[in-house]
Design a protein around this ligand. Sequence first.
Ligand SMILES: [Zn+2]
Length: 74
Amino acid sequence: MAVPKKRTSKSQKGQRRAHDFIKTIPATQICQSCGALKRMHHICMECGSYRGAQVLPRPASASSEGAAASESEA
Ligand SMILES: [Zn+2]
């Protein structure tokens, strides 16, 4: 049976277990465009922007913009 050569110190045990608690922190940040909570390095699902650039069409305001465009055309 394998037996540890040296006793694990409290410091060594703490350093090993330090990484066990990093995963509990959510990888989220505030969106620069709309201020909603979004995942880091991901497109904001509220406004569809990434780093200030509009990547996806806005889900909420897309309908109002389309209505305004249709009104101006008519
Ligand atoms: Zn956003």
